[in-house]
Design a protein around this ligand. Structure first.
Ligand code: NAP
Length: 246
């Protein structure tokens, strides 16, 4: 049977790295973004490209419908949508907080709902992987908005994994530290900022989207077939250890 993966946020840094990995693993791709020109700039005329806003119920439903019309039934979902807007709680505007919630949590909720509904309608098993953040796992200054949204994503993953286990649908998340993608450009744009960010990690350095893509592909494939309801960190130890201070 053809392996079809649905990638949201496909024009983003992580989306592009994961698309490349999934193609190497033999998946047929359905790529979703809000901007057709950004998708085309990233992928040319390759793959099935769908313009939809998966942060709305209608948009999430529409992307699955467009895939169906194209004759494709995704059995894997990689939800690579999100944004990072940092600032202390008392400085985050209502508008910025809503934007963070919409991009990170609301989009995850509606996309996962549409994906699981489509699998259930066709009575086929499948797997989803969502993207959290190290900041959801350990208190990190100025990350209140994104930490709240990603904490919601992690709770969503566990509950949905429980609901759909009997249908053969697995739901997991990955939780990276800072990665070299457009979303983090403002945080690590200068050499000094980059070095300071890298020093925060017990294993010093800046992660790459290619490393995270490997883990996400593993979770989506048969390799991860016994894994559900998990959030896997890929953060150089940031959320779980304190190195010996020398
Ligand atoms: N980069 C990091 O350091 C880092 C760290 C921790 C977690 N993450 C998470 O990793 C995931 C991938 O991010 P990235 O680093 O690849 O960032 P990115 O390059 O900015 O890509 C994010 C994608 O999300 C889409 N998007 C943003 N807001 C949206 C909204 N309201 N509705 C629908 N789509 C929206 C954009 O799609 P369009 O093309 O449609 O605009 C964009 O392609 C995100 O969940 C992010 O929170 C990143």
């Amino acid at each position: 049977m053809e392996k079809v993966a649905l990638l949201t946020g496909a024009a983003g840094g992580l989306g592009q790295a994961l698309a490349a990995k999934l193609v190497r693993d033999g998946w047929t791709l359905v790529l979703v973004g809000r901007d057709g020109e950004r998708l085309r700039a990233a992928y040319g005329n390759s793959h099935c490209q769908i313009i939809a806003d998966c942060s709305t119920v209608a948009g999430a439903h529409d992307m699955l419908e467009q895939a169906r019309v194209a004759g494709l039934q995704p059995t894997a979902l990689a939800h690579c949508v999100g944004n990072i807007r940092l600032g202390a709680l008392h400085r985050v505007s209502e508008e910025d907080f809503q934007a963070v919630l919409t991009a990170n949590l609301v989009s995850a909720f509606h996309t996962l709902a549409a994906f699981t509904a489509s699998l259930r309608e066709s009575a086929v098993p499948g797997a989803a992987v969502l993207v959290s953040s190290a900041a959801a796992r350990v208190g990190t200054p100025n990350h209140e908005a994104v930490a709240a949204a990603k904490g919601g994503v992690e709770a969503l993953v566990r509950s949905a994994a429980a609901t759909y286990a009997n249908f053969g649908i697995r739901v997991n998340a990955v939780a990276p530290g800072i990665m070299d993608t457009p979303a983090a450009a403002r945080l690590i744009g200068s050499p000094a900022a980059r070095e300071a960010a890298a020093r925060q990690y017990p294993l010093p350095g800046i992660g790459t989207s290619a490393e995270l893509a490997e883990l996400m592909a593993w979770l989506l494939g048969t390799t991860g077939s016994r894994v559900t309801g998990q959030v896997w960190s890929l953060d150089g130890g940031f959320s779980s250890i304190r190195p010996l201070v020398k």
